[in-house]
Design a protein around this ligand. Sequence first.
Ligand SMILES: [Zn+2]
Length: 273
Amino acid sequence: MHTPKSIAQSSLLSLIFFVFTASCTRNALTGKKQLTILPESEVQSLASAQYVDFIKKHPVVAVQNSTQAAMVKRVGERITAAVNRYYAGKNASGVLNGYKWEYNLVNDPAVNAWCMPGGKIVVYSGLLPVSLNENALAVVMGHEVSHALLQHGNQRMSGSMLQQFGGLTLALALSTKPAQTKELFLQAYGIGSEVGVMLPFSRKHELEADRYGLIWAAMAGYDPQEALAFWDRMEKASGGQQVPDFLRTHPNDAVRKEKIKSYLPEAMSYKGK
Ligand SMILES: [Zn+2]
């Protein structure tokens, strides 16, 4: 016989056990432990639904009619080919099984770009005057792909789910609190200015994404050194009344540039690999 108290205790125990075992996952890229209570496969299927929804509201620029859309696709293909080579070299290609890469330019004046879990990459046309050239676009897309591979959004969403729902499974949260769960997702991934509140990524996550992003750009045949000029341009773009969305989720400061300088030799050693 279970008393209500013992049921509460045992469900608390099973939650703790669930969180503990889930928190023991290691990221294939960094080899470090991370708190991801949400299975990546579930996050990817939620991402896929949100992506379809996003694309309905933000029509994609056709590659046939636009050299800019063609450039986004070209950079995306070269970056993801580099990622595939890197993971294959580490015997970790299986991690990428759930990824169905897409690279789209959408007509939207926001200065923004992101990559959802599962590899759906979107570049907003408003970013292109700031990225200015293909090397910088590769740096930005490499950075965004890294956030997905490093499961930064999953970690953020896991933290929010624990905080707000006491660690419900994603399926249960979606069936009981669909709107809130979707909003947590959009916030965790820095997607869509209509959400209003955009969470900046932590400095640790930003620097991690910078480091790997520069490696992907170099492996893809681009010049990662353009990152420094890009962040200068991004800073200038924030001179107006409105802070670019990308800058709100990716705060720029002196530390970032210094760190990028320190990551460049490593990235350059990956050129031609
Ligand atoms: Zn970032």
